[in-house]
Ligand binder design. Structure first.
Ligand code: PGA
Length: 257
């Protein structure tokens, strides 16, 4: 089965409006390999404009970085999944480690958010990944399995077909030190195997599993050519058009027909 490659930009809480516009316009000019899709995840306030601005570029899609776990109602300051859907947003990042760390998001909350996304025809980009001490104790497989058990594995087969997973070891995020290719392939394979055990290998083969954590032009080719890596979730290197476009071009290394 042919899987395309996803290169997603997580702009986090960076960029003024004019900077976001310039960056989106510059990224729109970079020519991705034919099998590559670009997803841009700007802050909420720029989402509507970014959807409009990139509408004529069919290979670029827009993602939110978060959504509320509630459907709608008196939740001051929150943004509901149906609102994202209503402005043409197609994806939403759920359960990023920064949300878990700074905003107290538990697996139970992450699961609710994932359901709100699915109910509103948004594709969740579900993040998982272990902290450094867990990796040092060689417990990373169990830790990530547990995260998936509390979130992903509650879904039925039909819901699972439109999910993107992102494996992001916390110790590699924003540190400049990506996981090694062996570590990445091992975990991606483990995650795919775990999905296969729950849902069968056909579904596991269709699942997108992105890697995130210090992806940059220098390591993108080797990471993207790994067997079980279907793309990248890029933070720091997505804030400059040059480095992000270099990663997009490196996705030519990813051909797994
Ligand atoms: P980074 O962030 O590329 O800056 O390590 C990745 C992420 O948090 O998604």
């Amino acid at each position: 089965m042919k899987r395309y490659t996803i290169i997603a930009a997580n702009w986090k809480m960076h960029l003024r409006a004019d900077e976001a516009r310039q960056l989106a316009d510059a990224i729109a000019l970079c020519r991705p390999p034919e099998h590559t899709r670009i997803i841009l995840a700007p802050p909420f306030v720029y989402l509507y404009e970014m959807v409009q601005r990139t509408a004529s570029h069919p290979h670029i899609h827009i993602s939110a970085q978060n959504c509320s776990q509630f459907s709608q109602g008196a939740y001051t300051g929150e943004v509901a999944a149906f609102m994202l859907q209503s402005i043409g947003c197609k994806y939403v990042i759920i359960g990023h480690s920064e949300r878990r760390k700074y905003f107290g998001e538990t697996d139970a909350i992450v699961y609710e958010k994932m359901l709100r996304a699915i109910e509103n025809d948004l594709t969740p980009i579900l993040c998982c990944g272990e902290p450094l001490d867990v990796r040092q104790q060689n417990q990373h497989r169990e830790y990530v399995f547990h995260q998936l058990q509390n979130t992903l594995f509650h879904l039925d087969e039909r819901q699972l077909t439109d999910i993107i997973l992102a494996y992001e070891p916390i110790w590699a995020i924003g540190t400049g030190i990506a996981a090694s290719t062996e570590q990445i392939q091992e975990m991606h394979h483990f995650i795919r195997q775990s999905i296969a055990e729950h849902y069968g290998s056909a579904i596991a083969q269709q699942c997108y599993i992105l890697y995130g954590g210090s992806v940059k032009p220098q390591n993108a080719t080797e990471i993207l050519s790994l067997e079980d890596v279907d793309g990248a979730l890029v933070g720091g290197a997505s804030l400059q058009a040059d480095s992000f476009c270099a990663i997009v071009r490196a996705s030519a290394a990813h051909r797994k027909d």
